[in-house]
Write a protein that binds this ligand. Structure first.
Ligand code: ADP
Ligand code: MG
Length: 235
């Protein structure tokens, strides 16, 4: 079995803004292996979010190819993409993107509804996930009744609840203080390691990147350096 899970071939993304061309990604080539914890590191405007969105099939390419799990995702129709995302991908967002009218437990249950799992089983699975992220005592809280760090824990539980092969996180610690950020990154990493899931984290924070197996440096839409990190102590 091939253990490259994401392969990008000559990815270019050009935005047209009022007749002007903005080259957001310029011939990007990249391979990410199964179970790797990768960090896309670069300054604001360097193209990190565009690259992540291209990988996840959210953003259309100008040219090039995205291959995930041996499938040419960049050739998929919207419908095929939606199914693929539900089946294989999880997402963690900078501003958590929780539904404010739902409790923590109900937020985590959401992705399971699309999987046609019975209500009883959904509640059971979601509550195990909330235990794992340390929110056993917050299952009935709504997002506005939780701190940023707690909301992001709910976001992480929701991203992992379907056991996706790949989890994408765009600036997951961008709205958090540095101590909480550290805890959140450790938690995402621990969750991914548990089932050998692949994790792609976007950040402008070099401190966050120290947790990665692989740091992909981006500058002006190009990958300038890929650093493979030494095996490190998981604690
Ligand atoms: P980062 O996430 O590293 O801050 P982005 O990927 O958001 O950077 O943006 C990369 C470049 O592409 C920037 O110059 C940005 O202005 C431009 N860009 C991003 N999204 C759009 C868009 N929807 N339309 C036009 N230009 C965009
Ligand atoms: Mg961004």
């Amino acid at each position: 079995m091939n253990d490259v899970v994401i392969r990008l071939k000559d990815i270019t993304k050009i935005y047209n803004v009022g007749g002007e061309k903005v080259v957001a990604l310029d011939r990007v080539n990249l391979e990410i292996k199964r179970g790797e914890i990768c960090c896309l590191l670069g300054a604001s405007g360097s193209g990190k979010s565009t690259l992540l969105n291209v990988m996840a099939g959210i953003e259309k390419l100008t040219s090039g190819e995205v291959i995930m799990n041996e499938k040419k995702v960049s050739k998929f129709t919207e419908n095929q993409l939606a199914i693929f995302r539900q089946k294989y991908l999880g997402f963690v967002f900078q501003s958590y993107n929780l539904i404010n009218s739902l409790t923590a437990l109900e937020n985590v249950e959401m992705p399971l509804i699309f999987k046609r799992i019975s209500a009883k089983n959904r509640r059971q699975i979601a509550s195990v996930m909330l235990d794992k992220v340390g929110l056993t005592s917050r299952v009935k809280h709504r997002p506005t009744q939780m701190s940023g760090g707690q909301q992001q824990r709910v976001g992480i539980a929701r991203a992992f609840v379907t056991k996706p092969e790949i989890v994408f996180a765009d600036e997951p610690t961008g709205n958090l203080d540095s101590k909480t950020a550290n805890e959140i990154i450790k938690l995402i990493k621990q969750m991914a390691r548990e089932n050998n899931q692949t994790l792609v984290i976007v950040t402008h924070d070099a401190g966050v990147a120290t947790f990665a197996d692989k740091i992909i440096h981006i500058h002006d839409g190009s990958i300038t350096k890929v650093e493979e990190m030494e095996e490190q102590n998981e604690n």
